[in-house]
Design a protein around this ligand. Structure first.
Ligand SMILES: C[S@@+](CC[C@H](N)C(=O)[O-])C[C@H]1O[C@@H](n2cnc3c(N)ncnc32)[C@H](O)[C@@H]1O
Length: 326
């Protein structure tokens, strides 16, 4: 299938990796056919819509109907007829990088679809939603196969959980990190805090496991998981001794380490990071996604670095996201 992803413009690199790693983890063997800013076009094997709905950093996912020059090109009528055999539709054109007359383009695409398929326009409750993404003078058009989970994610923001701590990650980012880990069965967060990462993992059907050194965090994390109906295991322990906490390895590790600012650090930051990262490498079979407040030489610990993203949080804090193979 040919898919189009409209990526979150604030996190294009992470959003693209999230989409590609999620497709890879479900065996869809994605290959990028086109990428420009917020648009990612991918050819891959069949993927269920509910898998695509897991994505946090794609606004929408489309099954491609064709790409045409804005104001001129014609979509292939046979492809339109196959995609819309009956029922009603509505077309929206989203402008990504340049101003065009979106309404005129929507009318042009609608006329082509009506002529090719005989389908009717229904703006209020259409059977199928079609979106054209305007980028670089082209309109890339497709049927909506998965929408954005943005509203649900909003409801899980740290301030809406029963146990709050300001160190918690935004659920969008937490979910994207879990997807980038490619986990298919379980996720360990050895610095779990309030459980932001574990909540997203659990809601996506993965078994969540947490460790935190503070009793109040462990209890708060358990309350938060229960609040969202997530069944997980959270233990009091030390990230520098995952063996003592669980006595086994995990498919994936996804974690946001203490930054040494507002969160408590057991021991000094540098030595904590060095011991915890070695311990993660020893207890992670497939992939580790680690968020740190500085660049870090994971290669010297024996990891292979797959991605490194940097997100500016504010003037004095950048988040470095490392995606690592142990
Ligand atoms: C940045 S917070 C994690 C935030 C988390 N992602 C969330 O959504 O709440 C770091 C957590 O690490 C815990 N911590 C600090 N040192 C630790 C250690 N040695 N072992 C395990 N947890 C530790 C802190 O208590 C804190 O809850």
């Amino acid at each position: 299938m040919d898919l189009l992803f409209l990526l979150n413009g604030s996190y294009e690199g992470i959003a693209s990796a999230e989409a590609l790693e999620l497709l890879s983890s479900c065996g869809a063997r994605p290959s990028v056919t086109f990428a420009s800013g917020q648009l990612l076009a991918v050819s891959c094997a069949q993927v269920p819509a509910d898998t695509l709905s897991r994505l946090a950093l794609s606004h929408v996912v489309l099954s491609a109907l064709g790409s045409v020059e804005a104001g001129k090109g014609e979509l292939d009528p046979a492809r339109l007829k196959a995609a819309l055999p009956s029922g009603s539709f509505c077309v929206r054109v989203k402008k990504v990088d340049k101003d065009i007359n979106a309404m005129a383009e929507e009318r042009r695409l609608s006329d082509q679809i009506i002529t090719a398929t005989g389908a009717t326009v229904n703006l209020a409750t259409p059977d199928r939603h079609i979106i054209g993404i305007h980028v670089g003078g082209m309109v890339h058009t497709g049927l909506v196969v998965a929408g954005s989970p943005a509203r649900d994610l909003q409801a899980r923001k740290p301030q809406h959980r029963p146990f709050f701590h300001p160190s918690s990650l935004d659920p969008r980012l937490a979910r994207a990190l879990v997807n980038i880990s490619g986990a298919t069965s379980e996720v360990l967060d050895p610095f779990c805090g309030t459980g932001g990462i574990l909540i997203e993992a659990g809601l996506m059907g993965l078994a969540p496991y947490g460790i935190d050194i503070e009793e109040k965090m462990v209890e708060g994390c358990r309350r938060n998981l229960a609040h969202y109906g997530v069944v997980g295991t959270v233990v009091l322990g030390d990230a520098t001794d995952i063996g003592a906490a669980y006595g086994r390895s995990f498919e994936s590790v996804v974690t946001d380490v203490p930054y040494g600012k507002s969160t408590v650090i057991g021991g000094q930051r540098d030595s904590l990071y060095a011991s915890a990262f070695s311990e993660i490498r020893g207890h992670c079979r497939s992939r580790a996604v680690i968020v740190v407040p500085q660049s870090y030489d994971f290669v010297s610990l024996g990891f292979v670095e797959k991605y490194h993203f940097v997100i500016r949080v504010h003037k004095s804090l950048d988040r470095h996201i490392y995606v690592l193979v142990p």
